[in-house]
Design a binder for this molecule. Structure first.
Ligand SMILES: Cc1ncc(COP(=O)(O)O)c(C=O)c1O
Length: 393
């Protein structure tokens, strides 16, 4: 049978995620991977899981195994309202919706809002999973400049002056892939601009809880509630396999997103939501989060030290106070994809930065390094191997 002919036109636009292809190579024995983007299994609160499961059975009984509201399991939404209040976002539980990972929100937004040729403004570089969600709907991407303080507001203003964009997509805190954070001053500038042009912003915030030093910066949602869809997740602070994401959106958009989700999965797993509700209600996040931070902070510091000590001075690293990644730029003209292949031969892998850009030929001299998986000594060994590959180039 000619299966190829059965595919819809849009399906051809679902290209394989470049990082997945890279991850296949790095599963070779002996290769240290700084390429992944996943939490360490040591960050999962395994000591709690049996008790939480028992609590789910005794508190919710059959409800935990029944169909439920598309918007989400109410006890979890109540806890998420408290969590968001801690971040300065004041929304009632009824206005928060639970999704199958925050990836589920990005997919829902794409389905709801993008028609072929619609313009979407995003940071260069940006989160690859957002592009995977948006691509099948054939948008045109308008890339905006970033520096070490995050999105450059003038670039946003220029974009909105010259293009009618459907929405702006940002990861403003400890961005994937750069680890950068948009400063408070710039957040205020961004808010003024989106209000001036009456533009909608998607604020994707999976990492803000993973702060290793410095003061928290308020979400953009707190500064412009009517212009922002706030998207977050428990993947980095509980367990990603449970697939618990959530969002707070203006009511009109929320209702459409809920309608869209009905057609996708009716609702996110009730049992998993119930487990998450017990995790939050029991105050476990407050106790466990410092353990996750204590796990990752030394890894991040070890990686920063090794980059500085091992790599040539032309290699610079964007400052970052949290999240899961460091972003390194090499000398102009260097192609990190070439370095990548040499590094794999030497037993270390990373993701060449060019994959995170929508414009071809951008970011060739950059790379993303993940520090959540390896221990400190292994991270240093990885950077030594990388340095030796660089020296040979
Ligand atoms: C910026 C960003 N958004 C969304 C996600 C998706 O997370 P999840 O679907 O597990 O909530 C990730 C995962 O790495 C991410 O880095």
């Amino acid at each position: 049978m000619n299966y190829e002919s059965l595919l819809a036109d849009r399906t051809r636009l679902m290209s394989a995620n470049a990082i997945r292809e890279i991850l296949k190579v790095v599963s070779k024995p002996g290769v240290i991977s700084l390429a992944g983007g996943i939490p360490s299994e040591q960050s999962f609160p395994m000591d709690l899981m049996a008790n939480l499961t028992e609590e789910v059975l005794s508190e919710y009984g059959t409800h935990a195994f029944q169909y439920d509201l598309t918007e989400g399991f109410m006890p979890l939404r109540e806890q998420l309202a408290l969590l968001l209040a801690q971040r300065g976002i004041d929304v009632p539980a009824e206005d928060i919706c639970v999704t199958t990972g925050s990836q589920g929100v990005l997919d829902g937004i794409a389905k709801l809002m993008i028609s072929k040729g619609d313009k979407i403004a995003l940071e260069a570089p940006t989160y690859l999973g957002a592009l995977s969600a948006f691509n099948p709907y054939e948008p045109e991407y308008i890339r905006m400049d970033m520096d070490d303080e995050g999105l450059v507001p003038e670039s946003l203003e220029y974009t909105l002056q010259n293009h009618r964009v459907k929405f702006i997509y940002l990861v403003p805190t400890f961005q994937n892939p750069t680890g950068r954070t948009l400063t408070l001053e710039r957040r205020r500038a961004v808010v003024q601009i989106i209000q001036k042009y009456d533009a909608l912003l998607i604020e994707d915030d999976p990492y803000s809880a993973l702060r290793y030093r410095g003061e928290a910066v308020p979400p953009i949602k707190t500064l412009a509630p009517d212009h922002v869809i706030y998207v977050s997740t428990l993947s980095k602070v509980f367990a990603p396999g449970l697939r618990i994401g959530f969002f707070a959106a203006p009511e009109f958009i929320r209702q459409w997103l809920v309608l869209g989700k009905q057609g996708v999965d009716l609702h996110t797993s009730t049992f998993n939501q119930a487990l998450a509700a017990r995790y939050l209600a029991g105050g476990h996040l407050e106790h466990h989060l410092p353990r996750i931070i204590d796990l990752y902070r030394p890894k991040q510091e070890a990686m920063s030290r090794s980059i500085e000590k091992r790599l040539p001075t032309e290699f610079t690293c964007s400052p970052s106070d949290g999240g899961m990644f460091l972003w390194v730029s090499g000398p102009e003209g260097m192609d990190m994809e070439v370095l990548y292949h040499r590094c794999v031969d030497k037993g270390v892998a990373f993701v060449p930065g060019k994959f995170f850009f929508t414009r071809e030929n951008e970011g060739a001299q950059t790379m993303r390094l993940n520090y959540t998986m390896a221990d400190e000594n292994t991270i240093d060994l990885a950077l030594q191997r990388m340095a030796s590959a660089i020296a040979e180039m």
